[in-house]
Design a protein. Structure first.
Length: 200
C-alpha cells in the first residue's frame, strides 16, 4: 500500500511539473493593435494585458484573485491618430520605468496574447481635466521600477501602482478601492465598481 501511495505521489508531482512547464512555455498568437479601433477607446481607459514572457507568466501565476489573470496594465491616451499606452515596466531603462508606447509596441514588449479595456463610469469634464493634469504630472517623471511592489514607496513605481496614483490624484480612486497593504494585481481592476469593461 505504501508503494502505491508513493507511485501516486510521484505521478501527481510529474503532472504538476508538466502543467507548469506547459503554462510557462506554451505560446499563443500575439495581438495585432489594428484589432482595436481608434474610435473604440477613450483617453484614460485602462488596458490589462496577458503577456507570454517568462516574467509575465510568473506574475499571472502569482495572481490568484481570478480565473482570468493578467500580467500588465497601462493607461490609454489617444495621440494624433495613434493609440498610446502610458505604463511602468521593467522594460524601461534602469533609471526610468515609465514608457509612453504606441499600442503595438506595448503588445510586443511581452508578446501579449489577450487584453481587456476598462473605462471609468460616468467621467465628468472636471474629472477628465484632473486626470489629464495627473497624467502630465507623471509623464516626464523619472522613476525606477518598483521590484518590491511596495505601495508605500512612490520613489519607485510598478504598473498598477502608477494607474492607482494617477486616478487617486484625480480624485477618482480612493484608498478604499484597493487593498493597498498588498501589491495591486492587474485583475484587481476587474472587480473595481468604478470601472466597466468595454472591450472585448
Amino acid at each position: 500500500m505504501k508503494w502505491l501511495r508513493g507511485k501516486i505521489g510521484w505521478f501527481a508531482l510529474v503532472a504538476v511539473l508538466a502543467g507548469a512547464l506547459f503554462f510557462l512555455f506554451s505560446k499563443r498568437e500575439r495581438l495585432d493593435a489594428s484589432r482595436i479601433p481608434y474610435s473604440a477607446v477613450n483617453d484614460f481607459d485602462i488596458i490589462l494585458s496577458q503577456g507570454q514572457s517568462i516574467e509575465s507568466r510568473i506574475v499571472r501565476l502569482l495572481d490568484i484573485n481570478t480565473q482570468r489573470s493578467f500580467s500588465h496594465a497601462g493607461i490609454i491616451i489617444k495621440n494624433k491618430g495613434i493609440i498610446r499606452v502610458f505604463h511602468a515596466t521593467p522594460d524601461g531603462t534602469k533609471e526610468n520605468c515609465l514608457r509612453f508606447d504606441d499600442l503595438q509596441t506595448f503588445f510586443n514588449l511581452s508578446n501579449v496574447c489577450d487584453c481587456v479595456i476598462l473605462r471609468c463610469r460616468d467621467l465628468t469634464a472636471d474629472q477628465r481635466a484632473k486626470l489629464l493634469s495627473a497624467f502630465e504630472s507623471y509623464r516626464y517623471k523619472i522613476r525606477p521600477f518598483n521590484y518590491k511592489f511596495d505601495n508605500t514607496d512612490q520613489s519607485k513605481l510598478y504598473c498598477t501602482e502608477l494607474i492607482w496614483l494617477i486616478f487617486n490624484k484625480a480624485g477618482i480612486f480612493s484608498n478604499h478601492d484597493f487593498d493597498l497593504s498588498k501589491p495591486i494585481a492587474p485583475s484587481d481592476f476587474l472587480s473595481c465598481r468604478k470601472l466597466r469593461q468595454i472591450l472585448p
